[in-house]
Design a protein around this ligand. Structure first.
Ligand SMILES: [Zn+2]
Length: 561
């Protein structure tokens, strides 16, 4: 008898980076994709790139679509790359909980895609392909309706936690389904895939309820003399609920700014994930009819994104809402490393307007944010509940995955069964054995996109050019040749963009050097465009001193007349 193919776990994103989570699970003939997310370039090194998606060529190379996409929750780093997957495989069923699917539907509509949606609910069962049974598992996270999944594969039970934390007093009362995780653990779990985002943080994460209460105290306290702005991710409906409660108690109205804030709140209210009277919300256009003390503004942009609602408020560019002396701004989110400078800039503008700002960047000791991800104490509890035979840390940069693997080892998982893998590796599972890894089994990578709706990536070469252009600028060198004789009719002429030291003397020097380089060519080379272009490039560049100045990028253009 031929040995059966192993069950394979193939991460296409999210192992080695925070973001673009995407995990392929193959069991027998069945194949599912768990999450398909985006990543955002951080800081100033964006080079025009707005979003980064995982390279899905592996899935495309298989010749048939996956049997299902299972979504854990609706954060961008879990659902954002769905358009690129669905453009390739439009008929794949997309499974997720109610709130997740509502957001997915809305986002995909922007791309002109109407997906095949299949709702799942905690402890609900489904089957992908012929026989890959799955079950959704309730987990708390910083967005409503998050789940993990249990998959019944040919190599046994696999559990994928999704993003999770363990919050014993969540604002929506939706606890981790400890009992179900323990039951599955009792049954025997071949492999646990668990969220590693906070694997370097000891202890446990603070409950969302405590943060909500702290923000409510601040809103009722002496700092809140004028308008109160709370800036945060629009998808953190739990925190929005806390702010809404405080607003209601204090007689303030809520004004929503930012597209994702407005969309998330609308969906959450429609589906009853957010409960508050309809007249609590006012239109931004009527904000100036209210006294500062009567307003709470919920705004996106706490990561310092340019053009976001918060950035416009800080710069005084919002058409109807203006901040002034006495207003309070709470930046209720963790600043992603790389974004500190732009957040710092926004805080400077706000403080210049006379606002008081509470933020982790400006060293505030107030409790204004908590993570949606498990810290070591919670990760350890998940390991103790599930007691897996093999362990695969997911969602994190390499050091976070490594820290999580060490934790699993200390929790009793065999050292060689704690696997630190990266995108493109294949983790192979056989019944009753521990996992084996095939390194770099499939091609992976990143697709850089200038806009969310762009169909084509920028490409590594183009990105390198952009980097070079930013660093050195560019010179265009034009040369006109006689078509018949190959003699120079005009030029070389130089045009510069962003080049230092571009003046008359330098132009003359560069032209002379280019001319000399042309003269030095063998007669046969003079009719060869590539040789002529190379001579121009060499000549022009030599006018900038090597090792002293930045030599510009030179683009030679030869025109025959
Ligand atoms: Zn998440």
């Amino acid at each position: 008898m031929v040995a059966k193919a192993p069950v394979r776990l193939i991460p296409l994103g999210g192992l080695g980076e925070v973001g673009m989570n995407c995990m392929v699970v193959e069991s027998g003939e069945d194949r599912v994709v768990i999450d398909c997310g985006l990543m955002f370039p951080s800081g100033e090194a964006a080079l025009g790139v707005e979003v980064i998606a995982p390279d899905l060529s592996y899935l495309k190379s298989l010749g048939r679509p996956p049997d299902a996409v299972l979504l854990t929750h609706a954060h961008e780093d879990h659902i954002g790359a769905l358009p690129y997957l669905l453009r390739e495989f439009p008929d794949v069923p997309v499974c997720g909980t109610k709130f997740t699917l509502a957001l997915v539907k809305e986002k995909l509509a922007e791309h002109g895609i109407s997906p095949r949606l299949m709702e799942v609910w905690p402890r609900g069962l489904g089957t992908a392909g012929k026989s890959l049974d799955f079950e959704a598992l309730q987990v708390p996270h910083s967005i409503p309706d998050a789940v993990g999944y249990a998959l019944r594969t040919e190599a046994g039970l696999i559990i994928h936690t999704g993003d999770f934390k363990i919050d014993w007093s969540p604002t929506d009362g939706r606890l981790l389904d400890v009992r179900r995780f323990a039951e599955l653990g009792e049954e025997g779990v071949a492999c646990l895939l668990s969220d590693s985002t906070n694997a370097e943080r000891e202890g446990t994460s603070i409950s969302e309820r405590e943060v909500g209460e702290s923000i409510q105290r601040i809103m009722a306290g002496p700092l809140a003399r004028g308008r109160v702005v709370v800036s945060m991710f629009g998808s953190n409906i739990h925190r929005i609920q806390s702010v809404a409660r405080a607003a209601l108690a204090l007689g303030r109205k809520i004004c929503l700014l930012g597209r994702s804030m407005t969309t998330n709140v609308r969906l959450a209210r429609d589906l009853s994930y957010l409960r508050c009277p309809p007249d609590l919300f006012i239109d931004p256009d009527s904000a100036d009819h209210f006294a500062p003390r009567e307003l709470v503004i919920l705004a996106t942009g706490a990561q310092g994104e340019p053009r976001s609602a918060l950035s416009r408020l800080a710069l005084g560019e919002h058409p109807t809402v203006r901040l002034e002396k006495g207003d309070l701004v709470i930046l209720s989110s963790r600043v992603i490393p790389g974004n500190d400078r732009s957040v710092g800039n926004i805080i400077d503008h706000l403080v210049r307007r006379g606002c008081r700002v509470l933020s982790s960047v400006s060293g505030s000791s107030e409790l204004i944010h908590t993570s949606g991800h498990a810290c070591q104490g919670e990760q350890r509890m998940m390991l103790d509940l599930v007691r897996p035979r093999s362990f695969l840390p997911i969602h994190g940069e390499y050091r976070m995955l490594a820290a999580h693997a060490r934790l699993a080892e200390s929790a009793g998982v065999a050292a060689r069964a704690c696997i630190v893998a990266e995108d493109g590796d294949a983790i192979e599972l056989r019944p009753n054995e521990i996992a084996a890894v095939q390194r770099a089994a499939v091609g992976t990578g990143r697709v850089y996109l200038d806009a969310r709706t762009a169909a084509d990536g920028v490409g590594e070469v183009a990105l390198r050019d952009r980097q070079l252009l930013a660093e050195t600028g560019m010179l265009v060198c034009l040369l006109f040749l006689d078509r018949k004789t190959g003699d120079v009719v005009r030029g070389p002429e130089l045009l510069a963009k962003g080049v230092a030291g571009f003046d008359e003397t330098r132009v003359a020097q560069a032209r002379r050097a280019a001319f000399d380089a042309l003269e030095a060519l063998q007669p046969a080379q003079r009719t060869d465009h590539a040789s002529v272009e190379e001579a121009l490039r060499r000549g022009v560049r030599s006018a900038w001193k090597r090792g002293v100045e930045k030599r510009p990028m030179v683009l030679p253009i030869v025109i025959e007349m």
